[in-house]
Design a protein around this ligand. Structure first.
Ligand code: HEM
Length: 346
């Protein structure tokens, strides 16, 4: 349930970033001059018939922001109830509240710096939700390949560089600083393939496919970046000039979010992965799943070694899955805890 809600919140945030991009690149940021009201109306009561032109982009961005806020609250409440990732949930709520206030203050104070911080924090929030989705995903619990400490460090460095590149992108959009963004692009295009090459070869259920996807995204980002550059800075004619001038940077920003989410997922994965490779379709029947009291674990699927272990833990030779739950509880002292399938972040 938490996984599905995390995915829904992530998807809604993707749409929010898309709408934010439309607000920025159509110049609609100040189409609605007041905040938190909209032309004096309560935000949710503003008439749909008046949502035209720039007002449409700006007001839909606000409504979507409210929806993402509500989804984040629900996700955090659920994580709290389930007793996992509580701190990450609270951080998500703090960021989404800060984002709302920053967006509003940017309208009221007409401050460009606030737009830069708002744009950058939006991407960090998206990446945080991606990490929560990974940590609540059934696939995220599958044990995987061991990764060298040096590669773990490089993955984090790559994530930090991608984030810096996103901040440089915001500086380019709002302050015209192109030098940092171009230098950052060189570094990102150099380090990401260095990280993804060995991770692709691990065959890890998460790291390998995400690494492949990341390379595809990087290729697309190069084309979109060059297109955005030509549309904004060069006198060259490009097809569909006006539309391209909006669509290219909006898509470039969104693909930037996906790149950040992918590299953050890789960083979290290499730091939380459980050890030896284990096939995805075996996961629910694994020892880890059965010790955790997973609903699909059953005594019949255990190897003789596992059966002996379970029996000796519970003190009864024919112990049933119910006994395993009490084993899990006795290890951690909490009836709902899942020690074997937990990652360090959980
Ligand atoms: C992985 C590499 C890259 C990432 C992650 C990235 C990310 C971003 C992001 C997130 C923005 C929008 C920031 C905001 O407004 O909040 C941006 C803007 C921009 N980027 Fe990149 N970028 C990358 C590479 C490139 C490259 C190679 C070029 C072109 C040579 C480029 C050209 C631009 C331009 C021209 C803008 C300004 C668009 C506008 O007018 O709004 N980027 N970038």
């Amino acid at each position: 349930m938490a996984y599905r809600l995390a995915l829904a919140t992530l998807a809604a945030t993707g749409v929010l970033i898309l709408l934010g991009g439309l607000v920025t690149n159509t110049g609609a940021a100040l189409a609605v001059p007041d905040w938190p009201s909209t032309f004096g109306y309560n935000m949710v009561l503003f008439p749909w018939s008046r949502m035209v032109g720039g007002i449409f982009y700006e007001h839909s961005h606000r409504l979507m922001g409210a929806l993402v806020g509500l989804l984040t609250l629900a996700l955090t409440a659920l994580l709290w109830r389930e007793g996992r990732l509580r701190r990450l949930g609270l951080v998500a709520v703090a960021v989404v509240l800060a984002q709302g206030v920053l967006g509003g203050l940017r309208v009221v104070l007409l401050e460009n710096t606030l737009a830069i911080v708002h744009g950058s924090l939006a991407q960090a929030f998206f990446a945080l939700l991606a990490a929560i989705a990974l940590l609540t995903a059934p696939r995220g619990r599958v044990a995987g390949a061991r990764v060298e400490p040096a590669l773990k460090g490089l993955t984090v460095l790559a994530a930090a560089l991608v984030y810096a590149q996103i901040v440089f992108g915001a500086l380019l959009t709002h302050a015209g600083r192109i030098d940092l963004h171009l230098a950052g692009a060189v570094l990102v295009f150099a380090i990401v393939p260095i990280v993804t090459a060995p991770l692709r070869r691990t065959g890890d259920a998460v790291a390998a496919p995400v690494s492949r996807l990341l390379l595809v995204l990087l290729g697309a980002q190069l084309l979109l970046g060059v297109g955005s550059f030509l549309a904004r800075f060069s006198p060259f004619w490009i097809p569909g000039e006006q539309l391209a001038g909006v669509a290219l940077p909006v898509a470039h920003r969104l693909v930037g979010s996906l790149i950040l989410a992918a590299i953050v997922i890789l960083s979290v994965r290499v730091h939380t992965v459980n050890a030896e490779p284990e096939r995805v379709d075996q996961a629910p029947r694994s020892h880890a799943a059965s010790v955790s009291g997973h609903p699909r674990s059953d005594a019949a699927s255990r190897t003789p070694l596992q059966q002996t272990h379970a029996a000796s833990v519970s003190g009864h030779p024919r112990s049933e899955p119910a006994d395993e739950r009490s084993h899990a509880a006795s290890v951690s002292g909490h009836p709902r805890s899942e020690p074997a399938s937990r990652t360090p972040l959980q």
